[in-house]
Design a protein around this ligand. Structure first.
Ligand SMILES: C[S@@+](CC[C@H](N)C(=O)[O-])C[C@H]1O[C@@H](n2cnc3c(N)ncnc32)[C@H](O)[C@@H]1O
Length: 281
């Protein structure tokens, strides 16, 4: 494993200390406190995901922002932080929603989106031609991903189903005991046939070490495809992200259609980030 810089170690220590002795039911307030104390720099990457930009611009029909009925596709980014990926998806034509447990994060994301939708930074595009002539909408929702009572601004009663969802550093931020709930909630909010995209991080970190961020090597497959609890030890994980010698099942809500190393990703991934795509069964 590569050596951590002292800055990264002290940042990691701050995150670990925030959650070390906090009961799991209070983790949401732990995240809100970090936002309120102006400490989002502990995880904020400062730009949209280069790996997601390349995927959206390169994967053809899968990322057509229109449904076959001709309406715009709705995309959700749970635990969206400042909303970089939400804005990027809207600039590529999707109606994009970001969900955040922190009021402060929602306000920061709304301010960010207000400026970026009219004057987007270059990092939103691999190819400037990919900018949609008909951008989608951006909506930030305040809510707990594990509770189905988000405010859908005029769409009451029940969970809205999305055409697509994206996860980066949300699954690795939550306590391992909540992983099954994460997979269950993803299964509830994505339409049958809809897509779940995960930029898997951190894969270089031993899953037995404390988080956040929690090491996720092998976790996505275990949760989403095998329908297990995701609390694996991270040993014997093959290059395909699957646990070797496990009694494989396909009891999960998803089928994996792609698992690839992105050409570009954040440097924090240390060259190990993997991009996976799942279809809701
Ligand atoms: C590590 S940060 C990642 C943020 C963002 N994905 C990014 O790449 O910048 C995790 C985020 O999840 C949010 N969060 C934590 N628990 C949540 C929950 N139960 N529901 C919604 N958001 C949550 C936190 O407030 C935080 O902004």
């Amino acid at each position: 494993m590569a050596q951590e810089s002292s800055q990264e170690t002290s940042r990691g220590g701050r995150l670990l200390n925030t959650f070390a002795d906090r009961p799991v039911q209070d983790h949401g307030s732990g995240w809100s406190n970090l936002w309120d104390a102006g400490e989002s720099n502990l995880w904020d990457r400062g730009k949209a995901s280069p790996a997601l930009v390349d995927l959206v611009e390169g994967a053809g029909e899968l990322f057509d922002p229109f449904t076959i009925q001709g309406t715009k596709k709705n995309v959700l980014v749970p635990g969206c932080g400042r909303g970089y990926d939400v804005v990027m998806l809207a600039l590529h034509g999707f109606n994009a929603y970001g969900l955040e447990i922190s009021d402060t994060a929602v306000k920061a994301a709304e301010a960010y989106a207000a400026s970026q939708m009219s004057h987007p930074s270059a990092y939103h595009f691999g190819n400037e031609q990919s900018r949609s002539s008909s951008p989608g909408t951006v909506t930030f929702l305040k809510g707990d991903f594990f509770s189905p009572t988000w405010d859908f601004k005029g769409e009451p009663n029940g969970i809205r189903k999305f055409d697509m969802a994206y996860d980066y550093t949300f699954l690795c931020a939550i306590d391992p005991s909540q992983r099954r709930n994460w997979a269950k909630s993803m299964g509830q909010i994505i339409k049958p046939g809809g897509l779940l995209i995960c930029l898997e991080f951190p894969l270089y970190k031993d899953p037995k070490l404390p988080g956040p961020p929690w090491g996720l090597n092998g976790v996505h497959w275990n949760l989403l495809v095998e329908g297990k609890d995701g609390e694996i030890r991270g040993e014997n994980i093959g290059d395909d992200g699957k646990e070797m010698n496990s009694s494989q099942t396909d009891d999960g809500d998803f089928r994996r259609i792609s698992y690839m190393k992105p050409t570009r990703s954040y440097e924090q991934g240390r060259g190990t980030d993997m991009l996976s795509m799942y279809i809701r069964k």
